[in-house]
Design a binder for this molecule. Structure first.
Ligand SMILES: Nc1ncnc2c1ncn2[C@@H]1O[C@H](COP(=O)(O)OP(=O)(O)OP(=O)(O)O)[C@@H](O)[C@H]1O
Ligand SMILES: [Mg+2]
Length: 528
């Protein structure tokens, strides 16, 4: 007798049947008189009742295709044969692959042989189940890793449907994206569908489709046979492809679902809980990736806006500098061309006065007086051009009235001035912007429009000051002229934008010109 495999049993022998009944492995025990015990699991495995087994001394060996178990007992000393695989014949004739272990128990001097018999199919099924779960886990991990390294959404969708089809062994897999109007779902990615379906076919988002029903239920939906389904109607997409069974889950989103993920077969199939969990796990990885992309998009848009804003600020700063330079050029030209010339004339008039005759002296003095008067007028005009004091002292309306009158005197262009609500004082930057825009626009009319008529309309619309300058002159191509950023028009636009307003120019050759500035009134002051 082999020592290691023999158990010396004390007095628990009586409770052996009860103990054996608890095992899910078939167990038989026999001694020299025949079978003394057979548990329920063995009865289930063989199809015989325990009474039938106890009545026959050799039934186990017969069922095991005549394998002589007693000879292979530990007493026979052949250790290799104590655990082996063989075939068991069921009462109904079919064969079952089994694994057998044998050992012997000594009790009160008598030897009892015990055989454990296990269905190999069951073991194989467990093994294959474990392999399936491992494959499913690997698929979820693979998708998660692609999402983490920042793969784009369509790539992730394609990978997800491929992994689902391959891992579950289904003919069709799909991702349906809920369209912005919420009424339909678009087949965004898929495996197995006929050419031309992906990216084009839609299904309804209500009970007209399995996907729609899944969205309504907000939980997985499993279909065993689509032809007998009553919860929703089979959508053309599934019916046309001969789909019989399937399951679908929601791809959840932060504010609304992104869509539905599904797996379908043309053969009847019952999907297990683990299959559903796998599909939902894949859908959840996609949902997380979609959320992440949405956050990234918001950040990217914010960065783009910031960049654009910075570029606009820089352009604006350039325009302001350019406008200042232009004003300085204007003053310099005025001083050089007019004032200095007049001063030169004055200097020449006053030169060598001591050598001149009394009559000549009178003429020269009269000329000098006239030049000084001219100089005073020029300097006065220049200072008014730079900034008329009435703009600061009296406000926009008096300054505009003065400007229009002076302009008409100097240019012979008649100006019709219309205004409303201008008796209030506005913030200085608003008044200055309005005044400068009218001034530059009228200067342009005189210089370029070739007309004797212009109109200025200035209205206070409570939240903005609207300034409109029109003429019926030659007009110009406003689009291309503004693009070249010449200083007059660009300066007007910069002034409007600097205080949060805008300038619109409408003009075309032969069609006159219309400028409208909209200047927000943030701090309208008291009447003055
Ligand atoms: N009212 C207008 N009628 C016809 N053409 C105009 C009118 N206003 C502007 N333009 C055209 O648009 C161009 C650009 O005007 P803008 O005021 O920017 O520059 P400018 O008057 O030529 O020079 P400046 O920098 O001294 O103002 C002008 O040269 C002219 O051709
Ligand atoms: Mg100009």
């Amino acid at each position: 007798m082999h020592e290691g495999l023999t158990i010396e049993a004390p007095g628990w022998w009586g409770s052996l049947p009860q103990i054996l009944s608890r095992f899910r492995v078939g167990i038989a025990a026999w001694d020299s008189s025949g079978i003394v015990e057979a548990n329920q699991a063995l009865c289930d495995l063989t199809g015989y009742s325990s009474q039938e087994m106890l009545a026959s001394s050799s039934i186990i060996e017969e069922l095991l295709d005549g394998t002589p178990l007693l000879q292979q007992s530990p007493g026979a000393g052949d250790l290799e044969k104590l655990q082996f695989e063989t075939t068991l014949r069921h009462r109904h004739g079919h064969s079952i692959s089994v694994q057998v272990w044998i050992t012997s128990v000594k009790s009160d001097g008598a030897e009892v042989v015990v055989a454990l018999i296990r269905d190999l199919l069951e073991r194989n099924e467990i093994m294959s189940e474990l392999k399936t779960r491992a494959r499913q886990q690997a698929a979820v991990v693979e998708l998660g890793q692609r999402a983490l390294v920042g793969a784009d959404l369509s790539e992730l969708n394609d990978l997800a449907v491929a992994l689902v089809a391959q891992t579950l062994g289904v003919e069709f897999s799909k991702i349906l994206e809920l369209l912005p109007n919420g009424r339909a779902l678009l087949l965004r990615s898929g495996v197995g569908w006929r050419a031309g379906c992906v990216g084009k076919k839609t299904v309804s988002s209500n009970r007209g489709s399995q996907a729609g029903y899944t969205l309504l239920m907000k939980r997985p939906v499993v279909v065993e046979d689509l032809s007998t389904e009553t919860r929703f109607s089979g959508p053309p997409l599934l019916v046309e492809h001969g789909v019989v069974s399937g399951m679908s889950v929601v791809i959840f989103g932060k504010e609304r679902p992104y869509g539905v993920m599904g797996a379908h077969t043309t053969q009847r199939r019952i999907f297990s809980h683990d299959d559903i969990n796998f599909l939902q796990a894949i859908a959840n990885v996609l949902a997380a990736a979609i959320d992440r992309k949405a956050v990234e998009d918001v950040l990217r848009r914010a960065r783009d806006q910031e960049r654009e804003l910075r570029a606009r600020l820089e352009a604006h700063a350039r325009l302001v500098v350019e406008a200042q330079e232009s004003e300085r050029r204007h003053i310099a030209r005025e001083l050089h061309d007019e004032t200095v010339q007049t001063l030169t004339g004055l200097k020449l008039t006053l030169e060598n006065l001591e050598c001149t005759s009394a009559s000549e002296l009178q003429v020269r003095l009269a000329r000098a007086r006239s030049l000084v008067g001219e100089l005073m007028t020029r300097i006065h005009d220049l200072s008014l051009d730079l900034r008329p004091p009435m703009l600061d002292d009296l406000g926009l309306l008096p300054a505009l009235l003065w400007l229009v009158e002076r302009y008409s005197d100097q240019t012979r262009v008649q100006v019709a001035l219309e205004h409303s609500g201008l008796h209030a004082r506005f913030a200085p930057e608003v008044e200055t912007a309005a005044y400068r825009i009218v001034q530059e626009a009228l200067t342009n009319v005189a210089r370029h429009a070739g007309t004797g008529w212009a109109s200025v309309r200035c209205t206070n619309s409570n939240d903005a000051l609207l300034v409109e300058i029109c003429d019926d002159g030659v007009g110009f191509d406003a689009g291309s002229t503004r693009a070249s950023c010449t200083s007059g028009l660009a300066g007007m636009e910069a002034r409007a934008r600097a205080i949060g307003g805008r300038l619109r120019v409408a003009s075309e050759p032969g069609g006159g010109t219309r400028l409208v500035a909209e200047l927000p009134i943030e701090r309208a002051c008291t009447t003055g």
